[in-house]
Ligand binder design. Sequence first.
Ligand SMILES: Nc1ncnc2c1[nH]c(=O)n2[C@H]1C[C@H](O)[C@@H](COP(=O)(O)OP(=O)(O)OP(=O)(O)O)O1
Length: 314
Amino acid sequence: MLYYPTYFECYPRKLMTLTFIIQNDEVLLGMKNRGMGKGKWNGFGGKKEPNESIFDAAKREVKEECGLDAISMKKIGFIDFEYVGSNEILEGHIYLCDKFKGHIVESDEMAPIKWFKINQFPLDNMWVDHKLWFPMVLKQIPFKAHFKYLDDDTIVDSTIKLLRIFKKTKEIWVNVIVKKDNKILISNNLEESKIFKRHQYVKKGESLENAALSYLKSNYEITTEEVPKIAVINVELTDNYSIPSIIQEIHMFVMDVSKLKKFTQSNDYRWTNINNAQFFADKKFLSTLCKMKPFKAYFLMDNDDVLCSKYYNN
Ligand SMILES: Nc1ncnc2c1[nH]c(=O)n2[C@H]1C[C@H](O)[C@@H](COP(=O)(O)OP(=O)(O)OP(=O)(O)O)O1
């Protein structure tokens, strides 16, 4: 379960728009030469004027910043931008425009303006939040997000929630990590980045503990009577944005073999330092797990990329 933060609900808000113009497999971006986001590539947008609707503001900003008339625009996301030390929220309304007319006109504020192939996006030279939600714009998945910035390049907290109308079904899985000191066992046949993907489906009527013990036996040839459960994580996948969508609930157990009287290591495995072993892009996960203190977590994944991760104490 992902909780959207609410502590800033009473803060005053400034409404802003941001529109991405997309044609075939290309996105139009402009280099911002002044104001917020100076020196970064961005879509087209800015503050809403009094007495105009947010939709009209989005169309006006597109015209002012790149010269095009947007014909078809679709709202994809809402983003609350918060800056440490400021009690004002910048409420960004994100649009996708796939029909337009006119000619591109560069201005003092935005130049140059260029079409970029979607897979060659200049992400390193854009707002850092973009790489976390742009996959949703491309897949047209409505979302709501909150980013708390320390400065223009550092995010200290982020939450991305998919706004779904469809029912979600849950699949229950277990996974067992075998550890000793600050090392974990990794299969020789598995890429380290994929260790986390080796979950085992929990059969109907089977207890989580039994599923974990059978996982230990079949994967690591370890027979034991108990193994502690450390984490429950919910993984939501953007590629499963269909009907019904799936949430994976994964129960993570950790076997500390230094506690076992007898342990024979299978030749199929090797020890890897926790800091070198990867859990997708989220480096914090394995080290948190190996502290052996129960916790809950949520991950929003787009293929192998973690778009949003949240850790909760149990
Ligand atoms: N992190 C963050 N903070 C603030 N603004 C943004 C981000 N990430 C973003 O993508 N953006 C977007 C939102 C807006 O489209 C622009 C900032 O608009 P701003 O510079 O305030 O508006 P202007 O158009 O320059 O100013 P006016 O025309 O409204 O005067 O960046």
